[in-house]
Write a protein that binds this ligand. Structure first.
Ligand code: BGC
Length: 591
């Protein structure tokens, strides 16, 4: 009922992390082939030379994806496998591999979502300056065209770039990733600008070449700040932080996304970066701002913030012992809800979770099974936040778990396992983890099974509870009470209340008030509606009662809440936020 009928349930991987076959069938070198070869960049000097050997084992992998019930699989294409020198002659055998992969996926009823670039940049082009070379957007477009030419009769969904913040931020700024550069701000921003142009030219190439109407998006890493409490001042502080550029770091959302969606760099960014900002050619923004169909959100974690005394965002420290994944990332399910909501509303574009997942050090138990309860809890708590986002009207089209299978986790080698499928790297034996079985249940029930994991839940959410939820959402503007709701469902109100609490963990009355107040928060943003109008549209018989409930649930009066939506000129106090911004990096980057 809540997940739309065609919600895309999927899982992701990327070429370098799973394929192996680093020199098979004419593949060229990538910067990752070279980076993993020299020095001590990678834990235990591991590399993706063999990885999961997906190149040879893709059929077995796809049959495991079928067992999970995946509706879609997001894979990436290795640029140097297709064009060994990055530009020029196409390696037919390289494309043949993707041809076979796509055919096999389609036979299994799994929709391929193809990412054109997920970090394995052609080494030959790196020697010509890589993303610093102003030709790089053209190189990317040439490559994109070759891939789309060959695969678009069967592939409809395309992603241009995955995580530009990572391949530039970790590859060109802190040097933790290939190609291992530690550059100054002007060069870093230049590399980003060229990556943005590559995105734009890539979209143009896809649209010009595709053999069927394509759906095109991109997948940046979303830096999420989420409100520490439900109070609207905290929400506003989180929103402000999520859409700000901070000095001393290149991790933010707007510097990259504003050009893609609005066709301009954000004003605060231009101020913060000053004359380090790249020279913008007269046609650049036109090229970068191509219409796209979805914004792919890669969200793994977020930072809680609250409003400081002047309303500006202040990061809230996690309490000692806060749940972490084995890669040390904080578990913050709410970041998914807020990240999707903020991005969808700010950029007015449908969102897809193109990556969300957790690392664990899973291994088979004595019974041979991989009991990854932590991942089951992770999936459950995060998917409930996706559901909450949908309930609140956020336009989420799909969810891809990262990752379909354990794989090469960049500088950490094979230490962190993100997969639904366990891979024994010595034997290349695969097995489904228990989380994969759980995910299968979620997929086949189109999300309804999530309720089975709520406290006190049973396998099936009773019809009564589902119907109550439907009724509440369908009667937002009607002042009904629990008695009337129970009557319409032909049951006793006490019984209904008990069942509802047992299956959702929430008192029925409180649930109804929350849904109404969430609705009110949206309506209050419309300056043409009076508070009386909003109270009435949310089923409150009078304004005073409405204001009381609103204050109790959000900590604000409706009037003050509304004022927060008048754009404020308050400067953001960034220092306390900075520490939290790039939890991926163990090195600092000094501007
Ligand atoms: C990247 C993946 C990576 C994952 C975990 C994602 O943002 O796209 O390649 O494995 O993060 O670090």
């Amino acid at each position: 009922m809540i997940f739309p009928e065609h919600f895309v349930w999927g899982a992701s991987t990327s070429a370098y992390q799973v394929e192996g076959a680093w020199d098979r069938d004419g593949k060229g070198l990538s910067v990752w082939d070279m980076f993993t070869r020299s020095g001590d960049h990678i834990r235990e000097r591991q590399s993706g030379r063999e990885a999961c050997d997906h190149f040879h084992r893709y059929e077995e992998d796809i049959s495991l994806f079928s067992q999970i019930g995946l509706k879609a699989y997001r894979l990436s294409i290795s640029w140097p496998r297709v064009m060994p020198a990055g530009v020029g002659p196409v390696n037919k055998k390289g494309l043949d591999f993707y041809d076979r992969l796509i055919d096999r996926l389609l036979e299994a009823g799994i929709d391929p979502w193809v990412t054109l670039f997920h970090w394995d940049y052609p080494y030959e082009l790196f020697l010509r300056g890589g993303w610093l070379n102003s030709e790089s957007p053209h190189w990317f477009a040439e490559y994109a065209q070759a891939v789309v030419q060959r695969l678009s009769d069967r592939v409809r969904n395309w992603v241009t770039l995955s995580d530009p913040q990572c391949f530039v931020g970790l590859g060109y700024a802190t040097g933790e990733h290939a190609p291992g550069l530690r550059l100054e701000l002007p060069e870093i921003l230049l590399a980003m600008h060229n990556a943005l142009l590559a995105h734009g030219r890539g979209v143009q190439a896809i649209r010009a070449t595709a053999k069927q109407p394509p759906k095109v998006g991109w997948s940046p890493s979303v830096t999420v700040f989420y409100p520490f409490t439900d109070a609207s001042a905290d929400t506003e502080a989180a929103r402000q932080a999520t859409f700000s550029v901070f000095p001393g770091t290149i991790w933010n959302n707007t510097w990259l996304s504003d050009p893609v969606i609005f066709g301009r760099y954000p004003d605060d960014g231009l101020l913060v970066y000053g004359n380090a900002a790249p020279k913008i050619g007269s046609k650049d923004m036109e090229i970068i701002k191509q219409p796209i169909d979805f914004y792919g959100c890669n969200i793994f974690q977020g930072t809680p913030v609250k409003a400081g005394p002047d309303g500006a965002p202040v990061a809230v420290a996690f309490p000692p012992g806060h749940a972490e994944t084995s890669s040390g990332w904080k578990q913050t399910p709410k970041a998914l809800y807020w990240g999707l909501r903020f991005i969808n509303r700010h950029y007015r574009i449908p969102v897809v979770v193109t990556e969300n997942g957790m690392a664990n050090s899973d291994s088979p138990g004595l019974d041979g099974k991989v009991h990854d309860q932590a991942r089951i809890d992770f999936l459950n708590s995060h998917l409930l936040q996706v559901r909450r986002a949908l309930q609140d009207g956020t336009d989420v089209k799909g969810y891809f778990y990262w990752s379909a299978m354990d794989n090469f986790e960049w500088q950490h080698g094979y230490a962190y396992r993100f997969g639904l499928i366990h891979v024994d790297y010595e034997t290349q034996r695969r097995s489904l983890k228990e989380s994969a079985i759980m995910y299968r249940g979620v997929i086949t029930s189109n999300g309804a099974d999530l309720d089975a994991f709520l406290p006190g839940g049973t396998e099936e959410t009773p019809f009564l509870v589902k119907e109550s939820i439907r009724y509440i959402h369908a009667h937002l503007d009607a002042p009904f009470n629990i008695q009337e709701l129970a009557e319409s469902l032909r049951c006793h109100p006490d019984y209904l209340g008990r069942k509802f609490k047992q299956h959702t963990g929430v008192e029925l009355g409180l649930y109804i008030r929350r849904v109404r107040i969430d609705h009110a928060r949206e309506l209050l943003k419309n300056p043409n509606k009076t508070i009386d109008d909003v109270a009435e549209a949310c089923g409150f018989s009078d304004r005073i009662h409405f204001a009381k409930v609103f204050k109790r649930l959000t900590g604000e009066t409706p009037g003050r809440y509304r004022k927060l939506f008048v754009p404020s000129a308050t400067a953001i106090e960034v220092r306390p936020l900075l520490r939290a911004i790039n939890p991926r990096s163990s090195r600092s980057w000094k501007p």
